[in-house]
Design a binder for this molecule. Structure first.
Ligand code: AMP
Ligand code: ZN
Length: 472
């Protein structure tokens, strides 16, 4: 079965056919952070979804070239730098660093390139694109000296958001003259400098000013990936106006179809509301770490639900993530034990070996819930076989190889071996002695004490095995 993705443009699930199928090379652009404050974990839900998409494409043999922009000039960064009283570059640099730190904590694979909007190379390109749009009648300079996109002149405007332009016209509640624009929906390509911008300005044919947010992405994506992209991603809030504007700008200039597949992830919610800076209902990655959780646990919590389904963030959800990872850790430890204790290496697996159901679930519009469902079903079944000492080393090896393969997508393996604390080891030893002496009551008491500490003892034919509680 080929890969299938839900394309926001057509509002349907489509078979994935990249521009150049034979080269298996994919150009992917993902809208990155606006570096005016530390990104919250809602932003990271979007970046983790994009990470999953890239890794799955790579598992399926594609070579992905991914660009993620850094928005380091816009209204919010200018306000921030003014309030902080430091230069724009210095102000944004700290949040850029924080972004990479958090992305590493969450094991998000680095993009190939992270262009910054303020790089003179891209400012020049933005100016060039705006000039072309003006010469084609698609943009105009208004009385306030800013340059706007003339949306009435671009027939496809509204196609991505499935938005009816005439409705916007007919509402007409906002006074046009307040905006110096011909149409209320016209958006700024170049914003004329005003006092509040301080020393944040670039020269242009229209006077000093700065680029609008939308043109930044059109300029950086086409500069680095060419006129036509295979995939463009973001959160659903990016669909309108940001991505709609990107299409109008890029196609207005190149007259070629800008993006083949538009993929958008649903929001991370808190109490049913979008997690957002403006609502003050957000957590950052360090906030979650400060509560004692790991980056791996947060990665799992943000990854485990299908990207088009809104996900409510709760601390119970974080605890469930911890429990699920504990099960994976213990399962891997048991499989390794079976492989390590084999007297001779069996060559042919005797029991059922892994199928490709995990990958196939991801082929189906990245159905991670189904893929993880299959993983945990496999864990249950193989654990049962190991409980009954029916797992041979070759089969265990096949499962470990399978895990290695699917973990290139999940990236959820524990970094360290599970270390059983010495006090638990001591209690386990005492319990073994008690059992040897047939002191069953004492043995049960010790098992209880071990359990209180969060561990579990299992008696196998090879002696007692200690695992983290709830991991089986
Ligand atoms: P911003 O820095 O606001 O431009 O956002 C960066 C990315 O995070 C964009 O792709 C947004 O769509 C996405 N985003 C923002 N808030 C959320 C949220 N609560 N859940 C998921 N994605 C979000
Ligand atoms: Zn963008």
């Amino acid at each position: 079965m080929p890969l299938r993705f839900f394309n926001t443009y057509s509002r349907g699930v489509e078979e994935f056919e990249p521009r150049d199928p034979s080269a298996r090379h994919i150009c992917m652009y993902t809208c990155g952070p606006t570096v005016y404050s530390r990104a919250h974990i809602g932003n990271f839900r979007a970046y983790i979804f994009e990470d999953l998409l890239q890794r799955h494409l790579e598992l399926r043999g594609y070579k992905v070239h991914r660009v993620m922009n850094i928005t380091d000039v816009d209204d919010k960064t200018i306000r921030g730098t003014g309030e902080a009283g430091i230069p724009l570059r210095k102000f944004t640099e700290q949040f850029k660093q924080a972004f990479f730190e958090d992305a590493d904590t969450l094991r998000i694979k680095r993009a190939n390139e992270y262009p910054a909007a303020t790089d003179q190379r891209y400012i020049d390109r933005m100016i060039e694109m705006i000039s072309t749009l003006i010469s084609k009648g698609l943009a105009y300079q208004a009385e306030d000296k800013s340059v706007y996109y003339r949306i009435n002149k671009f027939p496809n405007y509204g196609k991505l958001a499935h938005f009816d332009l005439s409705q916007l016209q007919s509402t007409g509640r906002v006074k046009h003259d307040e905006y110096d624009k011909e149409h209320i929906g016209d958006f700024a390509l170049w914003k004329a400098w005003d006092e509040e911008d301080g020393d944040v300005k670039w020269d242009s044919p229209w006077g000093p000013g700065r680029p609008g947010w939308h043109i930044e992405c059109s300029a950086m994506s086409t500069a680095l990936l060419g006129d036509q992209l295979d995939i463009h991603c973001g959160g659903v809030d990016n669909i309108f106006p940001h991505h709609e504007a990107e299409i109008a700008q890029s196609e207005g200039v190149t007259e070629k179809k800008f993006v083949r597949y538009w993929l958008h992830c649903a929001h991370l919610l808190v109490d049913g509301q979008k997690m957002a800076k403006s609502l003050g209902n957000f957590y950052t990655v360090p906030d979650v770490l400060a509560k004692g959780y790991t980056g791996r646990e947060l990665r799992y919590a943000l990854l485990r639900v299908h990207y088009r389904v809104p996900l409510n963030f709760t601390w119970d959800g974080m605890n469930e993530a911890r429990e699920s990872l504990g099960r994976i850790d213990e399962w891997l430890a048991r499989l390794r034990e079976v492989v390590g204790s084999a007297r001779r290496a069996d060559r042919t697996p005797r029991r059922g070996v892994p199928t490709s159901k995990f990958e196939e679930a991801l082929d189906d519009d990245l159905n991670i819930s189904a893929a993880l469902g299959f993983l945990f079903e496999s864990i249950r079944e193989t654990n049962r076989a190991m409980d009954q000492n029916e797992m041979d080393a070759a089969t265990a090896n096949a499962w470990l190889d399978w895990w290695k393969r699917i973990n290139t997508v999940l990236d959820l393996e524990a970094e360290f071996e599970i270390i059983v604390p010495p006090e638990v080891m001591q209690l386990a030893k005492e319990r073994e002695n008690a059992r040897r002496e047939k002191k069953w009551k004492r043995s049960d008491e010790l098992r209880e004490q071990i359990s209180v500490l969060g561990w579990e003892v299992r008696d196998t034919k090879d002696g007692a095995k200690i695992t983290r509680r709830g991991a089986a």
